[in-house]
Ligand binder design. Structure first.
Ligand SMILES: Cc1cc2nc3c(=O)[nH]c(=O)nc-3n(C[C@H](O)[C@H](O)[C@H](O)COP(=O)(O)OP(=O)(O)OC[C@H]3O[C@@H](n4cnc5c(N)ncnc54)[C@H](O)[C@@H]3O)c2cc1C
Length: 452
């Protein structure tokens, strides 16, 4: 018999959960409060241009995300630009130039390190020692500490910290190294730098908007399998019925519900259930602190083109250089010629500058470090700050699993930690997707148990 399940939220976690339920032959209804699918990785329209709520970068290690993109009928080769692992700063900006060649792992890293420009012998030795030690430790830490403490313990040089570890930690965990969890950072390094397949360390940049990449295609997949995706449909209340089924907003009944919202919205929905079995998950969600991410879009004349699809930028707030990475959107999508996207992770202090002042400072930073004075004068700018982009990924953070504590009620979202491999992964698209898949598998396994 077909079982009916509801998924609340059509971010990447909810889309993954809905696809998995539909694939397994279940009737699924997705409720999404917004009009656009994708949650914190979605399309927005500004200045008559299709943008994203924030520039995203994926990794070759995002295997489940890539699998679902294909399952939904999309061609990743067409929709994603794949680049080898790299950390390349503009020439003359006192940065470094590190790029992995197309050699098998881990040879590709050794070769990249040997050839890297802008690093001294001492920096290269320190990096080599660090990666050998981490490989020997299986990329695991018995006791968690901050990323800064880990780097200090392994004698990483000031230059390496500034040009490699600091930006990598910010980009991956959206938390500054002095507050970020070393254990979670090592989990990311294990699946990228430490992976046995070179392709896991590739950097993937979407050429299309984020809603098109998966969420819209996921909705089509769900519909083709007999399910429904309702947009503009905010769920306000959840209730368990005496027969163990779940009721949404006092109306529709389901055999199981997956709450795939952000932690703040999940805590509020769960509180409304008034059941002590949910208290632990609610208090863990309420203990998270948010971290912001800002993306500044700058439109120039369509003839503008950078030498590379993206550059790392030296992050120096004391000089009002807030930008950490710049992407040339025109190299990804011809309709966006002349559009640059500058990313600032953990952007709380930068966002305090105010939109106009920050956009102005970023344009000036680009003009200076890329040595192109014209970049100081964009045609228009759009600054998008997501104040609750992710949770601060601090040491020993307690995160809820996918089981809520009540039968038929599952949690999915980048903040959950259940899947063995992504256990303690930072808030990323892959963590969201894996949590959705895990929750869907648990809800229908629970159902099978009930039928027996
Ligand atoms: C600016 C920015 C940049 C980022 N950069 C990267 C990156 O480069 N790489 C990377 O891997 N990750 C990145 N991330 C993180 C990544 O986007 C998130 O981890 C991921 O999108 C979270 O997905 P989710 O499904 O768990 O939650 P969400 O995306 O928050 O989805 C929850 C959905 O639930 C809906 N909802 C909430 N309440 C209700 C309700 N009551 N009823 C119905 N619907 C509801 C919401 O509208 C939303 O659509 C970035 C995030 C931001 C904001």
């Amino acid at each position: 018999m077909k079982q009916g399940f509801a998924v609340i939220g059509a971010g990447w976690a909810g889309c993954a959960a809905a696809m998995e339920l539909a694939r397994a032959g279940h009737a699924v209804t997705v409720y999404e409060a917004a009009r656009t699918l994708g949650g914190r990785a979605r399309r927005v329209e500004r200045e008559n241009t299709v943008l994203d709520n924030g520039q995203h970068i994926l990794l070759g290690a995002y295997t489940e995300t890539l699998r679902l993109i294909k399952l939904a009928g999309q061609d990743p080769k067409e929709l994603i630009l794949t680049l080898p692992l790299q950390m390349r700063y503009p020439a003359g900006s006192d940065g470094m130039d590190f790029i992995a060649p197309r050699l098998p792992a881990p040879l590709h890293l050794a070769w990249a390190l040997l050839r890297a420009q802008g690093l001294q012998g001492a920096d290269k030795l320190a990096l080599m020692r660090f990666s050998t030690a981490m490989r020997t430790m299986g990329w695991q830490l018995y006791n968690d500490c901050t990323v800064s403490e880990l780097l200090q313990r392994f004698d990483q040089t000031e230059r390496l910290n500034r040009l490699m570890w600091h930006p990598l930690c910010l980009a991956a965990l959206n938390t500054p190294p002095e507050r970020a969890s070393a254990r979670v950072f090592l989990n990311v390094l294990r699946d990228s730098l430490g992976a046995s397949r070179r392709r896991a360390s590739d950097m993937l940049i979407p050429k299309t908007d984020l809603s098109t990449l998966l969420p819209d295609a996921a909705a089509r997949y769900v519909a083709q399998h007999g399910g429904a995706v309702r947009t503009g449909a905010k769920v306000a209340a959840l209730q368990i019925l005496p027969d163990g089924r779940w009721q949404l907003d006092g109306d529709a009944h389901y055999d199981g519900v997956i709450v795939a919202t952000s932690s703040v919205q999940a805590a509020s929905l769960l509180q409304g259930v008034h059941d002590a079995r949910l208290d632990k998950a609610i208090s863990q969600m309420q203990a998270f602190t948010p971290e912001a991410i800002s993306t500044c879009y700058l439109q120039y004349d369509a003839s503008l083109r950078l030498d590379l699809p993206f550059y790392a930028l030296v992050d120096a707030p004391q000089q009002r250089h807030w930008g950490q990475f710049v992407f040339d959107r025109g190299q990804l999508d011809a309709s966006q010629a002349g559009l640059l996207a500058v990313v600032i992770s953990a952007s709380g202090p930068a966002a305090e500058q105010g939109h106009a002042a920050l956009a102005h400072a970023i344009a000036a930073q680009l003009a200076q470090v890329l040595q192109r004075p014209a970049l100081a004068q964009p045609v228009w700018t759009q600054l998008i700050t997501e104040k609750r982009a992710t949770f601060a990924c601090t040491p020993d953070l307690a995160r809820p699993g996918n089981a809520s504590g009540m039968p038929g009620l599952l949690l999915a979202g980048d903040y959950t930690a259940n899947d063995e491999r992504t256990q303690d992964y930072p808030a990323t698209i892959e963590a969201a997707v894996r949590s959705g898949l895990a929750a869907a598998r648990m809800v229908h396994t629970g159902q099978a148990a009930k039928q027996r």
